[in-house]
Design a protein around this ligand. Structure first.
Ligand SMILES: Cc1cc2nc3c(=O)[nH]c(=O)nc-3n(C[C@H](O)[C@H](O)[C@H](O)COP(=O)(O)OP(=O)(O)OC[C@H]3O[C@@H](n4cnc5c(N)ncnc54)[C@H](O)[C@@H]3O)c2cc1C
Ligand code: FES
Length: 282
């Protein structure tokens, strides 16, 4: 998919926190709006792209855009409070200011996979870069075949957007498979590894595509399973994460083999990364 033009390598644009939602003990969602109304109205992104969020005086981090691509009012980011910047972002409240550059990178190839059954495989917060794909597909349901959503978490309490998974599971031609390695009371889904679920996915390999984001070990197992079922490797895509600084292909921090994740990714085809993924910790 051709990436919409981002706001380049210039200084961050000021944005206001419109709302903050606590999704789990460590994960929160910030809805942001650019202070410049014209820039907000012109802001467009493709599912799978990311922004650089700048916590003033602390630092800048890449964060996927989780909102519906059709929503021109707010720009959503779902974030795990992990280190210096993300913990600081977690303290922001409605009305607070943050810097934003983006959107950056290449998103999911949604034009190329029109008409296909789509298998979306995510682990942990890997669901963040994929949720805007789900919004995109559900708004254009007649353009795609079956939708299979597979999500794995370590503990049942780590599953965010639980009501959305329950709602999606009731939609026609939609299969939702969720696993938690550790279950909890009233956990309606599988207790065990997400890899246990790959064999249950219902799709026609001859006209299917898969999109994956999550721990690289999980993506390797998912790819092996889907390819063994006949999915062509030309229709298998992954979103990769690497530390970033410039986000525009200048600093080299996000190098992955001969590519830069910020500029050439974060979405890659299986063919582009399979040899690198074969080496743990590359
Ligand atoms: C394209 C892209 C999209 C991303 N989208 C999201 C998103 O939607 N939501 C989200 O919460 N995060 C996302 N991330 C990861 C996020 O950028 C990092 O968690 C963040 O940069 C950490 O910065 P920090 O200053 O808070 O932590 P730091 O102080 O830099 O690091 C704290 C600890 O976390 C570890 N760490 C740092 N980055 C990562 C990482 N990427 N994965 C695992 N461990 C890490 C460090 O090694 C260190 O131990 C994305 C990353 C990329 C490259
Ligand atoms: S973050 Fe600088 S080259 Fe990718």
């Amino acid at each position: 998919m051709k990436a919409p033009q981002g706001m380049d390598a210039g200084p961050p644009h000021a944005a206001t926190v419109v709302s903050r939602t606590q999704e789990s003990p460590t994960i929160f969602t910030l809805q942001l709006r650019l202070n410049d109304a014209a820039a907000q109205a012109a802001y467009q992104f493709a599912p799978g792209q990311f922004n650089m969020l700048y916590l003033y005086g602390v630092g800048e981090v890449p964060i996927s855009i989780t909102s519906d691509p059709g929503d021109r009012n707010d720009i959503g980011h779902t974030i795990r409070a992990l280190g210096r910047v993300t913990r600081g972002l977690s303290d922001l409240q409605p009305g607070d200011q943050v810097g934003l550059r983006g959107p950056f990178g290449r998103g999911w190839p949604l034009q190329e996979v029109g008409g296909c059954d789509l298998v979306l495989v995510t682990g942990g917060l890997g669901c963040a870069p994929v949720v805007s794909v789900i919004h995109y597909i559900l708004k254009r349901r007649d353009r795609f075949g079956k939708l299979v959503i597979i999500q794995g978490v370590k503990h049942a309490e780590d599953l965010i957007w639980r009501e959305q998974y329950e709602r999606w599971a009731k939609l026609p031609d939609t299969q939702v498979l969720v696993a938690a390695s550790e279950g909890a009371a009233l956990w309606p889904w599988h207790v065990g590894r997400v890899t246990d679920l790959f064999g249950l996915a219902q799709f026609n390999p001859a006209r299917a595509a898969a999109m994956m984001c999550g721990p690289e070990g999980m993506m390797r197992v998912a790819a092996d399973s889907l390819l063994a079922r006949g999915l062509p490797d030309s229709r298998l895509y992954l979103s990769m994460e690497r530390n970033m600084q410039c986000a525009v292909g200048l600093c080299g921090h996000c190098q992955l083999g001969g590519s830069f994740v910020c500029r050439d990714g974060p979405v890659f085809s299986w063919g582009q990364v399979k040899d690198l993924l074969a080496h743990r910790g590359f």
